[in-house]
Write a protein that binds this ligand. Structure first.
Ligand SMILES: Cc1ncc(COP(=O)(O)O)c(C=O)c1O
Length: 502
C-alpha cells in the first residue's frame, strides 16, 4: 500500500494552463483530500522541498498553500518536525473517492433534522410556473403593459445618478419618511384613514407584514379567525407561529362574525380582507365590520385588515377601511404596491396603532431592516408628483375592459360549461365548474396544457364549496381574449370535459 505521502502526491494534478493560481489549486486539492478522508489527521506531509521537487513547483507556491491550510486548521506545523494534517481530522476513516459523501438533498432530510415550525411550509409551491407562459390566467398577474416605465425610469435615475449618503446607507428602519408621508396622505383620501407618517412602517410586501405581525402578536396555541376560503400565504404565516386556525365561513356579507363568536369568542386575532374578500370577491358589510370591531375592542383582540387591492374597484361602493372605523386601536392595516405597481418591487406598508410601532420596528430591525431606499424614494416621488393616482385610474379602466372581454368570451365559448361570476374588484373572476368535477384535478390537468389557473378548493380550509377556478383577467389583453379562451376550450375538450360539438 502506498504511504500517505505517496497517496497525497499521486492524487495531485495541476493544470498549468488554468487561470486558477497554482498555490490555490494545490490548496484546494489537499483540502479536498483531507475533507474526503483520504489523508487522516496526524499524518505527516512530505516536506516542502520534496513536494517542490515532485510537483515541479517553487517552494514559495507550496508555502503559500500550506499557510492557508494552516490558517484554516487543516494542517498544523510543528517546529522542526514538519507539517501534519490537523488533529481534528484524526477521527475520520479512509473512504474511497468513489464513495465520497454527497450532501443530502432537501427531499432526503428527515423532519427531525428541521424545526417543527418548518413543517408548516411543507408542500408550499413556489416555482411551478414559468412567467413567460402566454396562456396564464393566474390571479394577481398582469401584463404590466400599462406601467409607465419612462416616468418610473426618470424618477429612479434621479436617485441613482447622484446617489446621496441617505440613498446608499442603511435606510430608516421605519421606512423612508417621504414615502411614509405620501402613504399617510394617500390612505386619508382613498381609505378614510387618519394617521400620521409616524404610524406607517414600510415592509417588503404585505406578506412580510403578516409574518412579522404573527411573531409580534401571537403565542403558540392562540386562536386566530381566518376567512374560509381565504388567503393561503397569510394563513401559513400565522400558523407557523403556532396559532390554531379557526376557519369562518364567508357568505355574501363577508366573514361570518357570528360563527366566530359561537366557536371561539376569545380568539386573539382575526385576519380579514374586507374590501374584496380573497378569493371570493365579496365586500364585508357595514354591520359585520361593526361587529368585528366591537368584538376586538371587548376582547382586546387584534384585527389584521389586508387591503391589498382596494384600488382596483370597478363597480359597487368602496367602504372606508376598517381601520377608519376603529376607535379602540385594535385594527392593523396592511397595504401593498404589488397590485397597482408591480410585485417584484416588494414594497408594502403597515399602519399600526401607536402602541405597536416601536415593538414592530424592533422586530423589523432583526429581519431585513428596510427595503432598498432607492425604490422607496422612487415610489414616494411617483406618488407625490401625481403619477400614482393617474396610474390607478388607467389600471381600473384597463382591467375592467379586460374582465368584460374575458367574460364575454368565456360565456360565448364555454358558457355551457362554466358559470361565470364577474367581480366588482380585484384581478380574477370565479368560474364555477359542473358540480361533479374536482377543481384541483381540472387545474392540474389544465396546467399540463400550459394553461394556469387556481382551484378554489386550494383556498378552503374546512368549508366545502362547489368546484370553481379562479381565472385572472388582468394578464389578458382584450384582443387576445378570444384566442386564449379558445385555447382553454381546446384543453378542456382534450381533457374530456366538454361534450363533442354536434
Ligand atoms: C390577498 C392578498 N393579500 C396580499 C397580497 C400581497 O402580497 P405582497 O405584498 O407580499 O406581494 C396578495 C398577493 O397576491 C394577496 O393575494
Amino acid at each position: 500500500m502506498k504511504s500517505p505521502a505517496g497517496l497525497l502526491l499521486s492524487a495531485i494534478e495541476l493544470d498549468r494552463a488554468s487561470a486558477i493560481p497554482l498555490y490555490r489549486q494545490l490548496y484546494l486539492q489537499i483540502r479536498k483530500q483531507i475533507l474526503g478522508g483520504r489523508i487522516q489527521g496526524g499524518v505527516r506531509l512530505p516536506s516542502t522541498r520534496t513536494l517542490s521537487k515532485e510537483l515541479a513547483l517553487s517552494r514559495i507556491t507550496i508555502l503559500n498553500a500550506f499557510d492557508q491550510l494552516i490558517a484554516e486548521g487543516f494542517l498544523a506545523s510543528r517546529t522542526g518536525a514538519g507539517t501534519y494534517v490537523g488533529t481534528e481530522w484524526e477521527q475520520r476513516t479512509l473512504v474511497d473517492d468513489g464513495q465520497a459523501r454527497q450532501p443530502p438533498r432537501l427531499s432526503d432530510l428527515s423532519q427531525s433534522m428541521l424545526s417543527l415550525r418548518s413543517d408548516h411550509f411543507r408542500g408550499v409551491s413556489y416555482a411551478d410556473w414559468d412567467p413567460s407562459t402566454p396562456t396564464s390566467f393566474l390571479p394577481s398577474h398582469s401584463t404590466y403593459d400599462a406601467f409607465p416605465q419612462t416616468i418610473w425610469r426618470r424618477l429612479m435615475n434621479r436617485h441613482l445618478l447622484k446617489p446621496s449618503k441617505a440613498m446608499l446607507g442603511y435606510g430608516e428602519l421605519q421606512g423612508l419618511q417621504a414615502l411614509r408621508a405620501a402613504i399617510a396622505e394617500y390612505v386619508f383620501d382613498a381609505r378614510g384613514i387618519d394617521c400620521d407618517a409616524g404610524q406607517v412602517v414600510i415592509v417588503s410586501g404585505a406578506q412580510q407584514a403578516f409574518n412579522l405581525l404573527g411573531m409580534l402578536l401571537l403565542n403558540p396555541q392562540d386562536s386566530v379567525w381566518m376567512e374560509d376560503p381565504g388567503h393561503i400565504a397569510a394563513r401559513i404565516a400565522l400558523q407557523a407561529q403556532g396559532a390554531q386556525i379557526v376557519p369562518l365561513r364567508v357568505d355574501e356579507q363577508g366573514i361570518d362574525v357570528q360563527q366566530g363568536l359561537a366557536r371561539c369568542p376569545d380568539a386573539r386575532l382575526v385576519f380579514t380582507t374586507p374590501s374584496r374578500q380573497h378569493p371570493l370577491g365579496v365586500t364585508l358589510s357595514y354591520a359585520r365590520r361593526q361587529a368585528l370591531i366591537d368584538w376586538a375592542a371587548r376582547q382586546q383582540s387584534w384585527i389584521i385588515e389586508d387591503d391589498c387591492d382596494s384600488e382596483l374597484r370597478y363597480s359597487g361602493r368602496l367602504l372606508p377601511a376598517l381601520y377608519a372605523m376603529d376607535q379602540m386601536a385594535r385594527v392593523i392595516y396592511v397595504g401593498t404596491f404589488s397590485k397597482v405597481l408591480f410585485p417584484s418591487l416588494r414594497l408594502g406598508y403597515v399602519i399600526l396603532p401607536q402602541a405597536l410601532v416601536e415593538p414592530f420596528c424592533t422586530l423589523r430591525a432583526v429581519m431585513d431592516r428596510s427595503p432598498p431606499t432607492v425604490l422607496q424614494a422612487t415610489t414616494a416621488d411617483f406618488m407625490v408628483e401625481g403619477h400614482f393616482l393617474g396610474h390607478i385610474r388607467r389600471l381600473r379602466t384597463l382591467y375592467q375592459a379586460r374582465q368584460q372581454a374575458l367574460v364575454e368570451q368565456l360565456q360565448e365559448q364555454l358558457g355551457g360549461f362554466f358559470r361565470i361570476t364577474p367581480v366588482d374588484a380585484g384581478m380574477h373572476l370565479i368560474a364555477w365548474l359542473p358540480p361533479a368535477l374536482d377543481d384541483d384535478v381540472i387545474a392540474k390537468q389544465l396546467a399540463q396544457h400550459n394553461i394556469h389557473t387556481y382551484a378554489l378548493s386550494d383556498y378552503c380550509i374546512e368549508h366545502v364549496l362547489p368546484p370553481a377556478l379562479l381565472i385572472g383577467f388582468a394578464g389578458t389583453p382584450e384582443h387576445q381574449a378570444r384566442e386564449r379562451v379558445a385555447a382553454l376550450a381546446r384543453a378542456l375538450h382534450a381533457m374530456g370535459c366538454l361534450k363533442p360539438a354536434t
